[in-house]
Every structure is written in structure tokens, then in C-alpha cells.
Design a protein around this ligand. Sequence first.
Ligand SMILES: [Zn+2]
Length: 415
Amino acid sequence: MRDLDGWSRPPVDDDPLAETHDETDAENTPLMRLLREVSRSRGLEIRKPVQGRRVTRVEALAVVRQKAESEMPRAVMVAQGELMRALGVVPVDYDYVGGVYHLLSENLAGFYDQSEDVLFLLDDIRDRAMRETVVHELVHALQDQHYDLEALLAYQPGKGDALTASHALCEGDAMAASMEIMQGSPHQLRPEVLLGQMLHAVGSRAEPPPEILQRSLVMPYVDGMRFVQALHRRGGWRAVDAAYARRPASTEQLLHLDKYDADEAPLDVADVKLLDGYQALDRDAMGEQALRIYLDQWAPGLAPAAAAGWGGDRYAVMQSASKDAYAVALVVRMDTEADAVELEEAVHEPGTGALPPIHGKPVTCVERADLGPLVLLRRGVDLALVAGPYRATSPPQAAASCPEALTYAESLLAP
Ligand SMILES: [Zn+2]
């Protein structure tokens, strides 16, 4: 679990990672005293001690990078970048992988390494932010002792949406629990206020990344906190503990407590059929939360409502056999036809949508000289969005045009 810095920082505190002079008293380090406070407040007993380590920003990033690369196939990360490029939400020449690490290097405050049981704190984090970070990471340490974070957050091909929901549960729990310790109540901060503060912190760094990356970084904390606060309001920390025994199966459940309570499973959507001559770089479900994050770029006012009818989806990021071209296809199944129309309208939002009307006329496909065709088709409750193919030159170059892309999109929708 790696965490961000920077949404509050008034007064000065003692250093919870300070060395104790009495080395015989491992139970009485400032870190262990703080762990006992966290344990009492969060209601999770300590099963083993936690060690703390201060690291430089460069050292921390190296550890985070090495862990990320050992945990998730690189192709999956490359595919995330191509998905954003193909759908036009990052600049066409954007270096996504480099951008993600840059974003982390600027915003990382600390992290808990669940494979080594060590809490890392960045050595330039001070004062209140330091205590806040250490408390947050100690909640992760207790989560790990009780719920085995390494297993819970392990990458599994095709299970991205469920994993995102579990990650948000852990972050929301750590946010709410640290708020109780720092401010007396887990309900001290409203999720909308946290969202504003975190986006402001991340967006005001020297070289802020595209907005979609900023949102992708902060939404697990915000949506996770809203979910955990709602559970806590109903049944205190025991209700939050119960959510680890039955985790939200999707971000749809994370975003809608009634769907979590009803254990509403995502609708079945078949794997996306690939373009001829292409292989899958990644195939997965996008989920309601990520759909909402994309829609935030296209129709900000409509995004939460337009994504809320999400029932299920599958996407594929494809690479040509010669590895020099990419294409993206997404099939979303909405709960009702009215929901599907609402999503369609958000993608067609005048001015900001991915496919805005041209001279007031609706458009189902647009030719892009760099990224190739972009198509949206709807049939009943299903929508197919196709982007590309494009050759991965610099800048990219369209590798097909609308008639081919429309035929392919048609083939993705059940008759
Ligand atoms: Zn965290």
C-alpha cells in the first residue's frame, strides 16, 4: 500500500519513527506506542510488532517501482496507457508509464510493505503530515495482520474491477480510521471535501499529470472512504471488518451500498472479439468507477449518473502481431435501455464528449489522423466503443478508417 501526502498540514508533532535509546525496550518505541493507539481506536489487536524505516524519495520510488513491476505484468500497465491514449483523454504523445511513476514520486508520503512488514516513511515528510502518514500506514499494518493484504491485493488477470474495489476498501478504512485518531471521528471529513483537497494537492505540483491520472490516483481514497464511513455509521468498526470477509465484488458495489448489501453481481459480458491480426495486450473489466472517471473528462456534470446504470463490461487493448499498432474495444452492458441511452448521450455531450455532434448532427464515428477512427454504437442495453487501430509512431498514425471500424464495432454487439 503506498500513500499520498498533502491534504492537511498544521502543527508540529513528535517523530513517531525516532530511535529509542533503550534498545532493550522494543515494545516501547514511539512507533509501537502509536501502534497501540491505532489498535485501540480501530479495534484490531496487534499480532506482531511493526518496524519503521525512513527513506529518501529516490529510495522509496525504487522500492515502489520494483514492487509494482514484480506484482503486475508490464503489458497491463502499457495497456492502461494505450487505453487512455486511444480514448483521447491524455495527449497523443503522453508517456503513461513514466507519468505514473513521476506522479508517485511527487506525491508519495509513505507506504507499508506487506511482504516485509515494514512501514516506510519519506524523510522529507514532516510535522502533522508525518504523524498522519504514519497513523495511516499503521492501519494498513493492522489490516495486513488480520486480512493478509498481500493475498487480498494480488494482481489477477481479468479481475481488475474487483481488485480496485478491494484496494479502495483498504484505503477508505485507513483514511477513516486515521481521521478518528487525528480528529476524533471517522466522519470528520466529507468525501467531496477530501476529493477537492486531494485533487488540489496533486494538481498543484510543479508538473501536474493529465487530469484523468490525478483522478485515478485519488478516487480509491475518496470512494473507499465514503463506503467505509457508510458501513461505520451502521455498525461501527465491526461492520467495516465484516466487509473484509465479504469484499465488494465490483466498484459498482463500492459506489452503491444498496448493491453491496444485495450482493448484486456484475452482468456477464463475453470477452471482446479481437481485430483480425491482433493479440490482446490486456483484457479486463473497466468497472463503474473507471467508467465514471472517463466520463468525468467527457461530461463532468453527467458522469456519476451516466455511469450509475453500469451493469458489466469487458474491454481489450490489442496489439498487432507486428507489435507496431494498437486498438481498443470496450463493450458495456447497462442495466436498462434508458441507462444505455444516458451513457450514449454523455459520450456525445456537445463540446466536451468523446464524440460530440458536428454542425449539430449526431456522429457515430469520427476519423482521427493520429489515433484512427473512434466509434460508439448502441444496440439495446449494450454499447460498443472502438478506438483505433493506430500505428505507434511518434506522433501516432491512423491505421484504419471509419467503415472498417464500424463493421468491427457492429460485430461486437449481439444481434
Ligand atoms: Zn493507504
